[in-house]
Design a protein around this ligand. Structure first.
Ligand code: HEM
Length: 540
């Protein structure tokens, strides 16, 4: 005997009610696995009750349970779809129809981890305010960066930052007070005195990089690979007191290979709840969690060591005065230890690679840089950072590269406060996930004159070429901006001038930069395509 229609309609009504009263309110991304388990539990409980308590035949019990479940889901999803298509407050904003319905629309339209390029195309089609998900907006209005990320913003970190919860780090701390407390400790790690110590620590790796590039004897070198080996060695040293020895071994450490595979799912821009289910599955999240375990074991070793020159971890461990940190703090320290490595390495390597790429396309800037830095540089290509930190053209080249090739190109997601925010003339409703893609803003004529041209002088000689300065934020802006910025700039400046002092550089035969332009993939930061360059030692 099948169920009377009234039971099925009741199940559908419960589906609608659960959407309106529960799923449509607050955040649910942390409970994806739990909901799945509850769903399976309810199904099997209903089946067991009907079979064992009411003694119905199994097939009949199965049919009734399946019918109730189907009607419940029909009610739930019809309500959800109608809300998203007709009643959602973001419906006034343009964007692809599919994106209104589900965030999977965007993931499904990514060809080869090219989110930043896809977002640029969509903005060309739909304008500055783009609805890119059911509750998600990408915004390239020139004033949007300060409204969303600036010091006075009421926006906070969006659900994306719960990807690895309960393990949190400075970057993924969503509660403002937790973040503020942690950030105060971290900020001591980037004082002028601390930076001078890092300058000494980094020199050794820079020399190793030059040694290895020199050893190619002018033959082609795949620059992104070598800059990655370099920057991961540097950050390993600053996080754990010992490098990954990648420059010496000329290859990636196994843990860094795991990291590369582990963060790959980020490139698909899946909704957070789905991503969390994916990485909870055996196999799929294995590489990422193995990398985290590796960092944890290195942290344990580091807690028992005492470096001669303090590293970043020295500051984070300082409050414990040589004692083992309590269990509750270890979770945060583990998060922070992997953050130092991840945040500081490929971001710097990507920037260095694109600086070389842009200089090779515009070689006049190499001679201009050499002229500018020559009073401060020794024969070995080294300079005290304090002497070169304010050089106009050097900083112009770095800024211009970061503008055109931001290492974090698109989705730094923030959540608007319940009352919403105002950007220019446009009101963005509350609880909307918003972001300002730096890649698109960096190439926007509303923000820069002659936006696609590489003009380092715009940063010191032609200020009129920058129409809205606050939109330039490759290190993000405000409370959650990159705390490692001074270290990144120190490393970029000193490494760049050493490379151009020691070497003449040229594209390798047959290289035109197209693989770098076309094969680079976004996974929050960038995994770069190859760029083959010849480094030939200059006559002194
Ligand atoms: C060119 C190099 C770099 C770029 C472009 C860059 C960019 C960024 C961006 C865009 C953010 C904001 C992330 C977010 O809101 O989710 C960030 C945060 C952060 N970066 Fe960097 N970064 C660079 C180098 C470094 C270095 C060398 C370190 C050193 C450890 C570092 C450590 C951090 C940390 C700890 C955060 C989190 C800050 C917070 O949430 O309070 N970064 N970075």
């Amino acid at each position: 005997m099948s169920l009377p229609l009234s039971y099925n309609l009741l199940a559908a009504a419960i589906g609608i009610a659960s959407h309106l009263a529960y799923f449509n309110r607050g955040e649910h991304h942390l409970y994806g696995t739990l909901y799945l388990q509850l769903f399976i539990l309810s199904f099997t409980t209903s089946l067991s009750l009907l079979t064992f308590l009411l003694h119905e035949p199994f097939t009949q019990a199965l049919a009734k349970t399946a019918s109730l479940t189907t009607f419940y889901l029909l009610g739930l999803y019809t309500s959800l779809l109608l809300y998203r298509i007709i009643f959602h407050p973001l419906n006034k904003f343009p964007g692809p129809f599919g994106a209104r319905i589900s965030n999977f629309w965007f993931s499904a339209h990514l060809k080869d981890a090219d989110a930043y390029k896809k977002i640029q195309k969509l903005h060309k089609q739909y304008g500055d305010f783009l609805r890119i998900g059911s509750s998600d907006m990408s915004i390239i209005h020139p004033k949007a960066v300060s409204a969303i990320y600036g010091l006075k913003t009421k926006c906070r970190k969006a659900a994306w930052y719960d990807l690895t919860s309960p393990m949190i780090s400075l970057q993924t701390a969503r509660q403002k007070d937790v973040h503020d407390r942690r950030r105060r400790i971290w900020s001591l790690a980037f004082s002028d005195a601390a930076l001078r110590g890092y300058e000494d620590r980094i020199r050794n790796y820079r020399d190793q990089l030059v040694f290895q590039l020199d050893a190619f004897g002018g033959k082609p070198v795949n620059v992104p690979k070598w800059f990655n080996l370099y920057t991961f060695d540097v950050m390993g040293d600053l996080a754990f007191g010992t490098s990954f020895d990648m420059l010496a071994s000329k290859e990636e450490h196994w843990a860094i290979k795991l990291l590369g595979v582990g963060i790959e799912p980020l490139s698909w821009m899946f909704p957070v709840w789905f991503f969390r289910i994916l990485v909870a599955l055996p196999k799929l999240g294995d590489d990422w969690w193995k990398f985290i375990r590796y960092c944890s074991s290195k942290l344990d070793e580091r807690i028992n060591a005492k470096p001669n020159i303090p590293d970043v971890m020295s500051t984070l461990l300082d409050p414990y005065k040589g004692q083992q940190p309590p269990k509750e703090d270890m979770q945060m320290l583990r998060g922070d230890s992997q953050l130092i490595v991840v945040a500081g390495s490929d971001t710097t390597a990507v920037t260095l690679t694109y600086i070389i790429y842009e200089l090779l396309r515009h070689p006049n800037h190499i001679s201009k840089l050499r002229d500018e830095v020559s009073p401060y540089v020794s024969l070995t290509g080294d300079a005290l950072h304090a002497k070169i930190a304010n050089l106009d053209h050097l900083n112009g080249v770095i800024h211009e590269t970061l503008r055109l090739h931001p290492p974090v190109p698109s989705a730094l997601q923030r959540l608007t406060p319940p009352e919403g925010i105002q950007i220019g003339e446009t009101y963005i409703p509350g609880n909307t996930t918003v972001f300002c893609p730096q890649y698109v803003l960096g190439r926007s004529e509303s923000v820069y004159q002659n936006a696609n041209a590489f003009v380092p002088e715009r940063w010191y000689l032609y200020p009129e070429m920058i129409k809205e300065r606050s939109a330039f934020a490759p290190f993000s802006a405000g409370t959650y901006s990159c705390i490692g910025r001074p270290l990144a700039l120190l490393n970029l400046r000193t490494t760049l001038i050493k490379l151009i002092t020691i070497f003449d550089i040229a594209f390798a035969p047959g290289e035109d930069g197209s693989t770098l332009r076309e094969k680079s993939r976004e996974h929050f930061t960038m995994a770069l395509g190859d760029l083959n360059v010849c480094f030939v030692r200059r006559e002194q």
